[in-house]
Design a protein around this ligand. Structure first.
Ligand code: ACO
Length: 325
C-alpha cells in the first residue's frame, strides 16, 4: 500500500539588502548591543527598502525555491503565502506572487497565523495536496514587520526583521512507512484568550489604520517554551520518533533563549539546532524557511534527514511539523 505525502523538492530565501545592527539601533533608541544580545541573541536584522513589498520578497524566495527544485513556475498549481504584513488589505499578496511568476492555473491565497504562519501554511498545503486537488505547491513566508513596528519602543523594535523564505511541495506516492520522504505529521494549535499579549493596535475594521505591534514580552516568553514542547511532544507521539531521532531542529527564530530552553527541555542536542536569529532577528512567518535555506545551503540538512519544525506566535498560535527531507 502507498500513501500520498507532500515532499519538499527545494527551498529558497531572500533578505533585503539593508542590514541594521544593534549598534545602529542604539543610535535611535535607548538600548545597547549587550542588552539585545544577552536577552535575545539578536545581533542584526535586514530591513526592506522603501517601496520593497512583501510580495516582491516572496517572489524572489519563490524563484530561488523553484530553481532549487529545478522546476518551471508552470509546474505550480497552489500558492500559500503566510504573512501578517500583506502589501494591501486585499487582494492577497499571494496573487501578486502568482501573477509575477506568470502562473494562471490553480489557486493562490494568504494565510495569517503570525509567527506560526509557515507551519500553518505547510500543514494547509499538505492537506490540500493530499486531498488530491493540487499537485505542486509553493509555501512561502514573507514579512515586512519593519512597517508595523513602533520605532520608538525599544521593547519591540529591536526584535524583528524583514525577509522571505519558500519551499516547493509535491504530492508523491510513498510506501507509507516512517522512512517515507515528506511531511510525516503536523500539529496546529491556537488559544485566543491570549490575543492581547501580542497584537497590532490597528486594522481595517477596528481603527482603519495599519497600527503598531504591541507585546507583553514576559508573558509571551513565559508561555512559549511550554507551548512549543507540548506540540513537539504531539509530533513525537504521532510518529513514534524521539528527540534522539531528530537530525535537525529548525525552530521559529524569535529569541535564542526560547530556542535553547525548548531544545533543552525536549532533550535535543544543541549541535542539532539551526540558529539564524542572530543574523535575521525575528522575521515572523519567514523565519523557518529562511533558516531551512541556510542549513540546506551550508550542507547541514541533506536528503533523508529528519527535520523538526516548530513555531509559536501571536494569537497565541503554535504548531509543529516533522519532515523527512
Ligand atoms: N534595551 C534596553 N533595555 C530594555 C530594552 C532594550 N531594547 N527593552 C526593554 N528594556 C528594559 C525595560 O524597560 C525594563 O526596564 P526597567 O526594569 O527599568 O523597567 C527592563 O529592560 C526589563 O524589561 P523586560 O521586558 O522585563 O525584559 P525581559 O527580560 O523580559 O526581556 C524580551 C524582554 C527580550 C522582549 C523578553 O521578554 C522576550 O524575549 N520575550 C519573548 C518575546 C518574543 O520573543 N516575542 C517575539 C514574538 S512572539 C514569538 O515569535 C514567539
Amino acid at each position: 500500500m502507498t500513501v500520498l505525502r507532500s515532499v519538499i523538492l527545494g527551498c529558497g530565501s531572500y533578505l533585503p539588502e539593508r542590514c541594521l545592527t544593534n549598534e545602529d539601533l542604539a543610535k535611535t533608541v535607548d538600548t545597547t548591543d549587550e542588552w539585545i544580545v544577552q536577552r535575545t541573541g539578536i545581533r542584526e536584522r535586514h530591513i526592506a527598502a522603501t517601496g520593497e513589498l512583501t510580495s516582491d520578497m516572496a517572489v524572489k524566495a519563490a524563484r530561488a525555491a523553484l530553481a532549487a527544485a529545478r522546476l518551471d513556475p508552470q509546474a505550480i498549481d497552489l500558492i500559500v503565502l503566510a504573512t501578517s504584513t500583506p502589501d494591501n488589505t486585499f487582494p492577497a499578496s499571494a496573487v501578486s506572487v502568482q501573477a509575477a511568476l506568470g502562473i494562471t492555473q490553480g489557486a493562490a491565497f494568504d494565510l495569517q497565523a503570525v509567527c506560526s504562519g509557515f507551519v500553518f501554511a505547510l500543514s494547509t498545503a499538505d492537506g490540500l495536496l493530499k486531498a488530491g486537488g493540487f499537485k505542486r505547491a509553493l509555501v512561502i513566508g514573507s514579512e515586512t514587520f519593519s512597517r508595523i513596528l513602533d520605532w520608538t519602543d525599544r521593547g519591540t523594535c529591536v526584535l524583528f526583521g524583514d525577509g522571505a523564505g519558500a519551499v516547493v511541495l509535491e504530492a508523491q506516492q510513498q510506501p507509507g512507512a516512517s522512512t517515507d520522504r515528506g511531511l510525516l505529521t503536523s500539529h496546529l494549535r491556537s488559544d485566543g484568550r491570549h490575543k492581547m499579549k501580542l497584537y497590532v493596535d490597528g486594522g481595517p475594521s477596528s481603527t482603519g489604520t495599519i497600527g503598531h505591534l504591541r507585546m507583553e514580552g514576559r508573558a509571551v516568553f513565559k508561555h512559549a517554551v511550554a507551548m512549543i514542547t507540548d506540540v513537539i511532544t504531539d509530533a513525537f507521539r504521532a510518529t513514534g520518533y524521539t528527540a534522539d531521532d531528530i537530525d535537525w531542529f529548525v525552530p521559529h527564530q524569535a529569541n535564542k533563549r526560547i530556542i535553547d530552553d525548548s531544545a533543552h527541555k525536549l532533550g535535543i542536542a544543541p549541535e542539532k539546532v539551526v540558529i539564524t536569529v542572530d543574523r535575521h532577528g525575528n522575521t515572523s512567518a519567514a523565519s523557518i524557511p529562511l533558516a531551512l535555506d541556510v542549513a540546506v545551503k551550508d550542507g547541514r540538512i541533506k536528503r533523508g534527514d529528519l527535520v523538526l519544525l516548530e513555531a509559536m506566535g501571536g494569537g497565541f498560535t503554535w504548531g509543529s511539523a516533522l519532515v523527512r527531507w
